[in-house]
Design a protein around this ligand. Structure first.
Ligand code: GLN
Length: 304
C-alpha cells in the first residue's frame, strides 16, 4: 500500500474543507488555535510510519486522553470498573448532564465526560502519583519522553469548566466519586491538556491494533481480550452522538477530542492520527472525519 501517495491525495482533496467548522472556544486557550492546520500520520504494526502536513506540531489531545485513562484503569482494576460506569453509547453530547440524572449517576460509558470523571476518580484512588503516572504511561505508549501537560490549557479549562464541575458534583451526590471534587477536576483537566503530535498519537494507539501489545517493545499493556473490548467501546462510543455516522462513514474504532484530533485503528494493521482544529456541531474535527473517510475508502480498509 502506498500510504505516502494516499496521504498526499487526501490532503489535496481536503483543501476546501480544512478550516471549515469552528474551533472549540468554550475553552478560551483553545480558541486561539489556527483553524487551517492539518496533519495526518499512519503507524503500521511492522514499524513503518507515514505523515503529511503539520505532523510535528503539538496539539491538545483533550478527550483522546480518555482512552489512556481508561486503559490504565482497566489494566489495574479489570472488570471492576464496570460497577461504576456503563458500556452503552449515550446518544447525547459528550458533556450532557441530563442522562446522568435519569440513570442515577452511572455514566453511560467511559468516553463521555461524566464517565471519564469517574475513571479519573478511580485512578486518583489507585495510583500513588496520578499526574506523573498517566503521563509516563502515555510516554511509554508513544515512545516519546517529550509528552507533557499544557498547564495554560488546564488552567483555562479550570476557570471555565462549569459543566464539568456540575457533572462531578452530581456524581459525588450519587456516591460515584470518592475523592475531593476539586482534585478530580484538576486531574481530569490535566489529562485533557496533554499535547502530542499526530506522529506521537498514531504510535500511542498501536497497541490497540496489536491485541494489547506495543509492537516494537513487545510490552503488554492490556490482555488480548481487554484490547478487543476497548476497541468495541471506541467504535460504539468514541465519537459520542456521532459514533453511528463515524462507523458508517469511516469504519474504524476511533476517539476524538475537541482539540481537533482523532486517533483510530485497523486491527492487525495500523493506527492513524489526524488533526484539524475546526469542529463540526458534535464537537468532532470536521476535516478529520473527512480525512479518515477518504483514508478507508482509498485503502479499502475497514473493520467490517
Ligand atoms: N476537556 C474537554 C471537556 O471536558 C474535553 C471534551 C472533548 O474533547 N470532547 O469539555
Amino acid at each position: 500500500m502506498d500510504y505516502t501517495k494516499i496521504l498526499s491525495e487526501i490532503t489535496s482533496e481536503l483543501t476546501e474543507v480544512i478550516g471549515k467548522g469552528k474551533v472549540a472556544d468554550y475553552i478560551p486557550a483553545l480558541a486561539e488555535i489556527d483553524s487551517s492546520k492539518f496533519g495526518m500520520s499512519v503507524s503500521t504494526i511492522n514499524g513503518e510510519s507515514f505523515s503529511v502536513g503539520d505532523v510535528d506540531e503539538k496539539f491538545s489531545i483533550q478527550s483522546i486522553s480518555k482512552v489512556f485513562s481508561l486503559t490504565l484503569a482497566f489494566s489495574k482494576l479489570g472488570e471492576n470498573i464496570w460497577k461504576r460506569v456503563g458500556r452503552e453509547p449515550s446518544g447525547n453530547a459528550f458533556n450532557s448532564l441530563v442522562q446522568l440524572e435519569y440513570e442515577n449517576g452511572i455514566p453511560r460509558n467511559p468516553f463521555i465526560n461524566a464517565g471519564a470523571l469517574v475513571i479519573t476518580d478511580m485512578l486518583i484512588t489507585t495510583l500513588k502519583e496520578p499526574y506523573t503516572e498517566l503521563l509516563n504511561f502515555v510516554r511509554s505508549l508513544s515512545d516519546s519522553r517529550n509528552i507533557n501537560y499544557d498547564k495554560r490549557v488546564a488552567q483555562s479549562e479550570r476557570e471555565n469548566g462549569f459543566t464539568n464541575a456540575a457533572l462531578v458534583n452530581f456524581l459525588r451526590s450519587q456516591n460515584n466519586i470518592q475523592n475531593d471534587v476539586e482534585k478530580v477536576l484538576d486531574v481530569y483537566f490535566h489529562y485533557c491538556s496533554i499535547t502530542m503530535t499526530t506522529k506521537e498519537l498514531a504510535k500511542s494507539f498501536l497497541f490497540l491494533s496489536n491485541h494489547g501489545l506495543i509492537p516494537d517493545k513487545k510490552q503488554r499493556v492490556l490482555t488480548k481480550s481487554q484490547a478487543k473490548r476497548i476497541n468495541a467501546l471506541l467504535l460504539t462510543c468514541g465519537t459520542y452522538d456521532e459514533a453511528g455516522d463515524f462507523s458508517y462513514l469511516v469504519g474504524m474504532p476511533g476517539k476524538s477530542g475537541v482539540g481537533g484530533g482523532i486517533a483510530a485503528i485497523i486491527p492487525n494493521e495500523l493506527s492513524v492520527a489526524v488533526w484539524s482544529p475546526a469542529l463540526n456541531k458534535k464537537g468532532n474535527s470536521l476535516a478529520g472525519i473527512k480525512a479518515l473517510e477518504l483514508f478507508t475508502t482509498k485503502t479499502g480498509m475497514s473493520i467490517f
